[in-house]
Design a protein around this ligand. Structure first.
Ligand SMILES: [Zn+2]
Length: 215
């Protein structure tokens, strides 16, 4: 089973990917992380990427493809792959087909966690945490039982992440749409795209993804 997992920041993509790794022994291929790891480990592709980045240039598709191939070759045939953050372009989508085909793999599904942008803004901008123990709260969905006092530790200090503001959320949504726009039609045409409601409870989202994979 090989899938591409798509979803804007805040849709819970990371959580769902971790769950697939834990429950099904799948391997997450996050190109950003893989690039950093390859550079650090000094693999042949990593050394090439390092030289390119040190020259201030963008890492080419060829390097990214090499990185993915290197990773797939290190996996057992029984281990499924979750592609995260790749492909971004139609050309990369075609490269991915070739990389998989040359290893006897196929792309089974492209799963998109769909969000309602306004609801996502509300979800993200309303969240805050206890400054002392880190317990999470939300303006609308989870207020402390006693106003202004942490349920867990009694602290009266809370904090919000500066990124959790409307403008940032909307900018990230726009970036996400721009990044997926080139590849979604490619996979739509092949009937591979499955949509899951990313605004549902975490458990419901997991169940919906499991139903797709088990179908
Ligand atoms: Zn606390």
């Amino acid at each position: 089973m090989n899938i591409i997992l798509l979803g804007p920041p805040g849709a819970g993509k990371g959580t769902q990917a971790s769950k697939l790794v834990a429950d099904r022994g799948m391997v997450q291929l996050s190109t950003g992380d893989m690039l950093r790891a390859a550079v650090k480990a000094g693999t042949p592709i990593g050394l090439k990427a390092k030289a390119v980045m040190e020259a201030g240039e963008l890492v080419s598709d060829e390097i990214v493809s090499g990185l993915i191939g290197e990773k797939l070759d290190s996996m057992a045939a029984s281990e499924g792959a979750i592609f995260d953050g790749y492909p971004r372009t139609e050309a990369q989508a075609h490269s991915l087909d070739e990389i998989l085909a040359s290893r006897g793999r196929v792309l089974d599904h492209v799963i998109e966690l769909e969000v309602d942008e306004d609801a996502l803004v509300e979800r993200i901008t309303g969240r805050y945490t206890c400054a002392n123990c880190g317990e999470g709260y939300h303006d609308r969905f989870k207020q402390p039982k006693a106003e202004g006092v942490c349920d867990v530790c009694g602290s009266t200090e809370f904090k919000r992440r500066p990124d959790d503001n409307e403008e940032t959320v909307r900018t990230r949504m726009a970036e996400y749409r721009a990044k997926t726009a080139p590849i979604l039609p490619v996979y739509e045409a092949r009937g591979l795209v499955r949509r899951v409601d990313g605004m549902a409870d975490m458990a419901e989202v997991s169940a919906a993804i499991a139903a797709i994979l088990d179908n």
